[in-house]
Design a protein around this ligand. Structure first.
Ligand SMILES: NC(=O)c1ccc[n+]([C@@H]2O[C@H](COP(=O)([O-])OP(=O)(O)OC[C@H]3O[C@@H](n4cnc5c(N)ncnc54)[C@H](O)[C@@H]3O)[C@@H](O)[C@H]2O)c1
Length: 706
């Protein structure tokens, strides 16, 4: 056999599992059997030696993982890009590999000292007429190494994101084969990477393995021509390989797998053809952003870095100035990288939402694109959040009006005046200019310090469940603070809006909500058909969904009561007419009519009736909600996931928001707006309203007495 392929291996003289740097090593410290390891390694070297020329690097005491020569570096032609190990435990290997390469006539290329890159463990050449390099990131190698590999090796680099920590190196789950074939485990990668693989390798050349083969390190295979040497493969996989013209050879690797390595990890291919010039290409992009505020205290920095990683990118903190006092703020300069411009834009967009600013010498201009189809924005439109936003137009930062979530920013220039507004997609008109991309956009966030986050923060809902204090007392404490604040809002003529679901009525809360309306605490009521239906049912027939609320018993024929209530209102024409005719004499809706508190009832698919007052045109219902929410100082969301989420999306940050629900997940979703103004209360809404009325009455009594 023509042994044109050369491999580098390292005998397992000092191999052992001495530390844990991957999930395979967990529980395996000192558990590799040396004699078996030596036998397995020798067997592998013998099998490989039949098809390739094997070179050896001298093993070193204290470097047990040096056997895994795949991580020595990445070889192309006579050039090697040396590895920069992520873990301190393996960094000692670098000098020994460097010496070996230099002594054997390779040009050694070194990456910046603090840029992890783990050689052919994370970079695999798809050979062919137009070769490219698959480059993995996510666990060991940094994404920022990919553009450098492209540049230094004049290669087309395709970044693949590893998602499963068991497959921490690319060569544990992907193996390029001769003739453009690819053996790989798709679940080890994110969707975008799988898409890249599918775009580059035609279906008939992709050999996707299932989990049992993947965990047996079938993809960690050494491909020498048509021979494929691996730990183990299922019958099915062997047949698939054979039908593609490959000859799988099994070489047991149990002892090395305890350390997270298989056949391929134990070898480094030294004979990779040098790429032709001018093919350097890598879609990785990066930008530097600044974050200011109570970065550690509020968890903002953590959150921002999570956004970068979860979004498929990576980060490097270039500068960090820590505010030393409790009240002083910190500044971080962070380089964000992503495998492609669109991924980077998405991450940057989310960071802007967190208050990050993009670092550019001059303020970058917002990119504006004219609408060409009514109600349809360009693909890369900027979607707004609840946070105050500014866009840079002609060098000036312009505050966006009508801030709300999930809208588009329309910029209008009239003479010298430039304005920017949030506009819903459906309201976009042809010719209007909207902001696209992420340039020239910033959100203005109030720095949130530990001191600001008292008992009333959105995060507090967890406290209700974990605290040693009884949850009842915790609810009382929160109610006391809400009552105190609500009275102040009423005193200064502020606006409070209540969003309520029918559970308010079912739990006996109607009388308390009616009290709040009667006493001038509520300036608008938002809900659906059901809150009104069951409130009227209770006022007319004493039941809510057929249950007698006085005695907690279902009433014979009570299930039809709400239909009778609907029927009566329909006969009158609307709720207010029923009040005027003296038919509806109590309850939440009665108080709204009597006190002229405007209400909006939005329809839904499950509505009975509906009541004539229920707006079944949802676009109109949304507009009615938005109008009543204008200028709100406080929004009380009471046990209606549907309507509360709708309202949350329309409400800008800065409005105090109290969400009461028995389900912690709903409270978390609504109250966790990343701002100090939201309060989540996990409790029964009837109990909450009863405590609230009691507390307000107590405060009233004290004021009157004083
Ligand atoms: N007959 C009708 O016409 C009718 C009846 C029911 C609902 N609807 C309509 O369906 C839509 C959704 O209704 P929704 O807002 O009731 O449902 P929803 O599922 O959106 O919200 C109900 C919320 O109440 C919470 N909850 C349940 N028991 C609670 C308690 N004891 N204390 C505190 N929270 C509690 C739940 O966790 C949930 O989050 C609305 O538009 C409504 O008008 C119509």
């Amino acid at each position: 056999m023509d042994k044109t392929i050369e491999l580098l291996m390292c005998a397992p003289d000092h191999f052992g599992i001495r530390y844990v740097i991957n999930p395979w090593m967990e529980g395996n410290i000192n558990r590799a059997v040396p004699e078996t390891a030596i036998e397995q390694w020798q067997n592998l070297a013998r099998v490989l030696g039949e098809h390739a020329q094997v070179h050896l690097v001298r093993p070193q005491a204290g470097l047990p993982d040096m056997v895994f020569t795949a991580n020595a570096g990445l070889v192309l032609g006579r050039r090697v890009v040396l590895s920069r190990f992520l873990h301190r435990e393996r960094q000692g290997e670098e000098a020994h590999f460097k010496r070996w390469f230099a002594e054997h006539g390779f040009t050694v290329d070194e990456l910046p000292a603090d840029l992890p890159f783990e050689g052919a463990g994370d970079a695999l050449l798809q050979r062919g007429k137009e070769p490219w390099l698959w480059a993995g990131y996510g666990f060991r190698s940094e994404l920022d190494s990919h553009p450098l590999l492209a540049e230094r090796l004049r290669l087309d680099v395709v970044s693949l994101r590893l998602m499963d920590k068991r497959f921490y190196h690319l060569d544990t789950c992907l193996c390029p084969l001769e003739d453009g074939y690819l053996l790989y485990y798709p679940h080890a990668f994110d969707a975008r990477s799988n898409q890249q693989i599918e775009e580059r390798v035609p279906a008939e050349r992709r050999i996707a393995v299932q989990e049992p083969d993947a965990v047996n390190f079938a993809c960690n295979a050494v491909n020498l021509g048509r021979v494929l040497v691996m730990n183990q493969a299922s019958l099915e996989l062997k047949e698939r390989l054979q039908s593609s013209g490959f000859q799988p050879i099994e070489s047991p690797m149990s002892e090395f797998m305890k350390a997270g390595g298989g056949a391929k990890c134990l070898t480094l291919r030294l004979t990779e053809p040098a790429a032709k010039k001018s093919r350097a290409r890598c879609s990785t992009e990066s930008r530097v952003v600044s974050l200011k505020g109570h970065l550690l205290d509020s968890g903002l920095l953590n959150h921002a870095l999570d956004v970068a990683v979860e979004g498929g990118g990576s980060f490097r903190i270039l500068n960090f100035k820590l505010g030393l006092q409790r009240q002083s703020t910190s500044v971080a300069e962070v380089k964000i990288s992503a495998p492609a411009a669109d991924v980077l834009d998405k991450i940057i967009g989310q960071l802007i939402d967190l208050g990050a600013t993009i670092d550019t010498p001059k303020p970058s201009q917002a990119r504006l694109v004219a609408i060409t189809q009514a109600g349809v924005a360009p693909d890369d439109f900027y979607a707004t959040t609840i946070y105050p936003t500014e866009v840079c137009v002609d060098g000036d930062w312009v505050r966006v009006q009508g801030q709300r979530m999930d809208a588009v920013v329309v910029v209008d220039t009239n003479g010298n005046e430039t304005t920017a507004h949030c506009r819903l997609l459906r309201d976009l008109k042809v010719g209007e200019r909207v902001v696209v991309g992420v340039d020239g956009i910033r959100t203005v966030r109030q720095p949130e310090a530990r001191a600001d986050r008292g008992d009333l923060t959105g995060k507090e809902e967890f406290g209700f469940m974990e605290s040693s204090v009884s949850s009842e007392r915790r609810v009382e404490l929160v109610v006391e603070q809400i009552a105190w604040e609500w009275r102040r809002i009423r005193q200064r003529g502020g606006k409070a809006v209540v969003v309520a679901g029918p559970v308010v009525i079912h739990t006996g809360g109607a009388e308390h909500l009616a009290y709040l309306i009667r006493e001038g605490y509520v300036q608008a009521l938002l809900g659906g058909n059901a809150i009104a239906v069951h409130d009227i049912e209770q006022a007319l027939l004493g039941t809510s969904l057929g249950i007698d609320l006085q005695h907690g018993r279902s009433v014979h024929g009570g299930h039809q009561h709400h239909l009778r209530a609907i029927n009566l209102i329909r006969r009158c024409g609307k709720i207010s007419a029923a009040v005027e005719q003296g038919l509806l004499k109590s309850g939440v809706m009665y108080e709204c009519v009597r006190k002229r508190v405007p209400f909006a009832l939005a329809g839904s698919i499950r509505d009975d009736g509906p009541l004539p007052d229920t707006q079944m045109n949802l676009v109109k219902a949304q507009a009615a909600y938005a109008q009543l929410l204008q200028g709100a100082d406080l929004i009380l969301m009471l046990s209606s996931m549907l309507h509360s989420i709708g309202v949350g999306n329309m409400t800008p940050a800065g409005v105090k928001l109290v969400c009461v629900d028995i389900n912690p997940a709903v409270v978390t979703k609504l109250a966790d707006r990343g701002s100090v103004e939201s309060v989540g209360v996990v409790t029964d809404v009837g109990l909450f309203l009863s405590l609230l009325e009691q507390q307000l009455r107590k405060l009233e009594a004290t004021t009157t007495a004083a």
